[in-house]
Design a binder for this molecule. Structure first.
Ligand code: FAD
Ligand code: A2P
Length: 287
């Protein structure tokens, strides 16, 4: 099993990138190749796809891997992608943005069933249960494609063993952008093995910011004004009971971390499990 354990997301990403230096630049070496088995386009900017899973590929729910394609010059272009399927699944799933002129996604957007993509064998990340102290409730806060690691975690029975309640908040600009998380949650509730615990313990709170919807507003606002907790009849956030995982843009991550620090929440790592952990959903300011 090849997994990296790093204290911070950036260190983790660095290490994952360094590991690629050992791979030949041209083409896909056979062990790093997987075949696309399903593709769904959710909006003109968002799609998900599944691949087969190499027999030796091991990871923990919530981690990311380096995936990519070979470009026209034969060079491998690989970038970090959260694995959206849980560790126990026999296939792998990814949820992707489309950046029209992005080096990877301008091409990845066209993948079809039967195509080969690169999947590097190392996985890593900070959204791991081992970095959190025990608690009563686990909040999973995501915007956009930041939902991907939580698509894996909400299907991992361990989170329902560790926490009585799991509150998943997914913030997007539009209702259509919630399509993937709505489907994953609905399928998880109906799943023959995990459905019962998901139905009993998972609260799903989708929220949009640029259209009318049952729940509107930025996650930061819902947290700050206490609306999130009160709409679920839960007490206000408290480091004695609540644990939090965050995955979104740099701005979202920073704004939530600032709110949590004010409330005396401490960031966790492997040597010192804490109250919250953060992963970037992407590098940059967003599109
Ligand atoms: P890039 O040159 O990489 O990006 C161009 C610009 O687009 C960026 O500067 C940024 O402003 C914006 N951008 C990039 N990715 C996103 C995004 N996901 N949402 C909104 N704006 C974005 N991307 C995914 O689509 N799904 C994932 O599961 C995912 N997991 C990631 C996990 C980690 C730890 C990190 C660091 C990044 C992750 N990304 C994910 C981002 C991914 O690595 C690429 O940046 C993305 O696929 C775009 O690649 P590109 O080459 O087309 O454009
Ligand atoms: P808003 O529409 O008010 O910008 P994006 O597609 O840009 O990544 O945004 C996804 C969601 O995250 C949107 O609902 C957006 O709200 C919200 N968002 C963006 N930046 C922040 C931030 N700093 N704090 C909280 N929510 C944010």
């Amino acid at each position: 099993m090849t997994q990296l354990q790093n204290p911070s997301p950036l260190a983790a990403l660095d290490q994952a990138n360094k590991s690629l230096a050992s791979h030949p630049k041209g083409g896909i070496s056979a062990p790093d190749q997987v075949t696309v088995t399903a593709v769904t386009h959710w909006t003109d900017k968002l799609f998900s796809f599944q691949t087969d899973r190499p027999p030796g590929f091991r990871f923990q729910s919530g981690e990311f891997a380096m995936i990519g394609l070979v470009d026209d010059e034969g060079k491998a272009v690989t970038l970090a992608y959260s694995i959206a399927s849980p560790h126990w699944d026999d296939h792998l799933e990814f949820y992707s943005i489309i950046v029209p002129d992005g080096p990877l996604t301008s091409r990845l957007r066209h993948v079809q069933i039967g195509d080969k993509i690169i999947l590097r064998p190392k996985t890593t990340g900070t959204l791991g249960l081992a970095r959190l102290r025990d608690g009563q409730r686990l909040y999973l806060l995501a915007t956009g494609t930041g939902f991907a690691p939580f698509a894996a975690l909400i299907r991992d029975p361990e989170i329902y063993e560790r926490f009585e309640q799991v509150i998943l908040v997914h913030g997007c600009r539009t209702i259509a952008e919630l399509g993937y998380s709505q489907k994953i949650v609905a399928d998880s509730r109906a799943h023959p093995l995990i459905g019962e615990m998901v139905t009993r313990q998972l609260h799903y709170v989708p929220s949009v910011t640029r259209e009318n919807f049952t729940q509107t507003g930025r996650i930061t606002t819902l947290l700050a004004d206490g609306k999130l907790a009160s709409s679920l009849s839960l007490p206000p956030l408290d480091p004695a009971f609540d644990r939090i995982m965050i995955c979104g843009s740099i701005g979202l991550n920073q704004d939530i971390a600032a709110q949590l620090l004010e409330k005396n929440f401490h960031e966790g790592n492997l040597s010192s499990p804490g109250d919250y952990v953060i992963e970037r959903a992407f590098v940059g300011d967003g599109i």
